[in-house]
Ligand binder design. Structure first.
Ligand code: ASP
Length: 369
C-alpha cells in the first residue's frame, strides 16, 4: 500500500477492535473509516472542518452499543477529506475488505460525500463475486454537531449491512450507498446536493430500499447474479482515463489539446442530451483522429437523468460513426471507474470497448433490457 497517499495502517487493517461484542449469533460488521464530514471536527478559531479519528466518531454515538452487533474497525491514517481520494485509497479499502471477508457478515465504509459515488462505483468493480453487503455512508454535518445527520446514517448503514433475507442470506450482496432515507446501488449513484440530507440520487435505477419508519428493501431490484465464483479483488486500476466536458464555444485547439493528453487510453465524453455533440467538421475529425490513434471514447450524457441514444439525432449519429462507444445510461462516476478497472485487468482496447457495452455489476441498462 503506498504510504504517500496515507491509506489504512496495516495494524488497524489487520487487528480489528471489537467495539461492542454482541452474542454469538450477533451480526459481525466491519466499519472502515476513511474520513469525511461525518467524523470531522471544527477548528474553534476558523470554524473550518478537518478530518478526525475514529474514536472521536464512535464516542459521539454511544447508542451503537444498543444494536448488539459485534463491530470491528479499520481506520485510514490520516482520515481524509474525500476530495483527496485516489485509486490507491480504493485499493486500500478493497484490501481491508478482502483481509476481513471471511470474518465479517458485512462492511460499512465511512466516507466523505464529495467523491463517495466514485468510490462506490470503483469498489463495485474491484470487489469481484461479492456476496456480502458493502454499505458506504457519511454525512453532510459532523456527528459531533448538535444537529446532524451522521448518527442516523451510521446506524442505518449498520442495520442494512446486518439485514438478512427469508433464508438467512445477506439481503444486500453488492456495494450500495445508504444516505438519508434511501439506499442506492453504488455504481448508479451521483452526489446531487451539497446541502440536502438526501445528498445522493440514482437517476437511472430505482432505489434499492427506503429507510423511513421501516427499512423496506425492494428485493427484486437488488443485485442477484445468476452465477457467482469465489470472492476476489482487483486492486490494480489503470488511471489512464480522463473526462472531456463539452460546452458551446469549445474551440478546436482546446478539444485537440485534451484528446492529445499523453498516456491517456480512454476519455469519457460528456455530451449533451441524448448523447449529442456538434456536427461541425473540425469536431468530428478531432474525435475520429483520437479514435484512430487508439484512444477509447465513451459517450456519457451531461444529463443526470436518462442516457445516450446516439441514433436519435444526427448529432449523436456522427459520434457513433467516428467510433465513439455509447455509455448508455452510465453515470460519469461509473464510466470513469469501469474504464480504470477494465484497463487495470490488462485488457486490450478492443476488449475494454466490448466490456463497456455490457453490464458487469448492474451499472448500466443494456438496450432492449
Ligand atoms: N468535503 C467532505 C468530503 O467529501 C464533504 C463531506 O463529507 O460531506 O470529505
Amino acid at each position: 500500500m503506498p504510504t504517500s497517499v496515507g491509506c489504512a495502517s496495516q495494524a488497524s487493517a489487520t487487528i480489528p477492535r471489537q467495539a461492542q461484542p454482541g452474542g454469538s449469533g450477533a451480526p459481525r460488521l466491519l466499519i472502515i473509516y476513511t474520513g469525511g464530514t461525518i467524523g470531522m471536527v471544527r477548528d474553534p478559531k476558523t470554524g473550518a472542518l478537518a478530518p478526525f479519528d475514529f474514536d472521536h466518531l464512535i464516542d459521539n454515538v454511544p447508542r451503537l452499543a444498543r444494536l448488539g452487533y459485534t463491530l470491528g474497525r479499520v481506520q485510514f491514517h490520516p482520515a481524509i477529506d474525500s476530495s483527496n481520494m485516489s485509486p490507491a485509497h480504493w485499493a486500500a479499502i478493497a484490501r481491508a475488505i478482502e483481509a476481513n471477508y471471511s470474518r465479517y457478515d458485512g462492511f460499512v465504509v465511512l466516507h466523505g460525500t464529495d467523491t463517495m459515488a466514485y468510490t462506490a462505483s470503483a469498489l463495485s468493480f474491484m470487489l469481484q463475486n461479492l456476496a456480502k453487503p458493502v454499505i458506504v455512508t457519511g454525512s453532510q454535518l459532523p456527528i459531533s454537531d448538535i444537529r446532524e445527520d451522521g448518527t442516523t446514517n451510521l446506524i442505518t448503514a449498520l442495520q442494512i449491512a446486518a439485514a438478512r433475507d427469508d433464508v438467512g442470506q445477506p439481503m444486500v450482496r453488492e456495494v450500495a450507498i445508504s444516505f438519508g432515507d434511501t439506499l442506492v446501488r453504488g455504481n448508479r449513484a451521483t452526489k446531487a446536493s451539497s446541502t440536502e440530507f438526501g445528498a445522493f440520487r440514482s437517476f437511472n435505477y430505482p432505489a434499492l430500499a427506503t429507510m423511513n419508519l421501516h427499512i423496506r428493501f425492494r428485493e427484486e431490484l437488488l443485485w442477484r447474479p445468476s452465477a457467482r465464483g469465489a470472492f476476489s479483488t482487483q486492486t490494480t486500476l489503470d488511471p489512464a482515463v480522463s473526462v472531456v466536458f463539452l460546452h458551446p464555444g469549445m474551440t478546436e485547439a482546446s478539444l485537440r489539446a485534451q484528446l492529445a493528453e499523453s498516456g491517456i487510453k480512454a476519455f469519457v465524453l460528456r455530451t449533451y442530451g441524448a448523447g449529442n455533440a456538434p456536427t461541425t467538421p473540425w469536431f468530428t475529425s478531432a474525435i475520429a483522429d483520437a479514435v484512430r490513434e487508439g484512444r477509447l471514447i465513451v459517450n456519457v450524457t451531461q444529463c443526470p437523468d436518462g442516457g445516450v441514444e446516439e441514433t436519435r439525432y444526427d448529432t449523436g449519429d456522427a459520434l457513433a460513426e467516428a467510433g465513439v462507444i455509447s455509455g448508455y445510461d452510465l453515470t460519469c462516476e461509473a464510466a470513469v471507474t469501469k474504464l480504470m478497472y477494465l484497463f487495470g485487468l490488462g485488457l486490450s482496447g478492443a476488449d475494454v470497448a466490448r466490456a463497456m457495452r455490457h453490464s458487469l455489476r448492474g451499472e448500466l441498462t443494456e438496450p432492449g433490457a
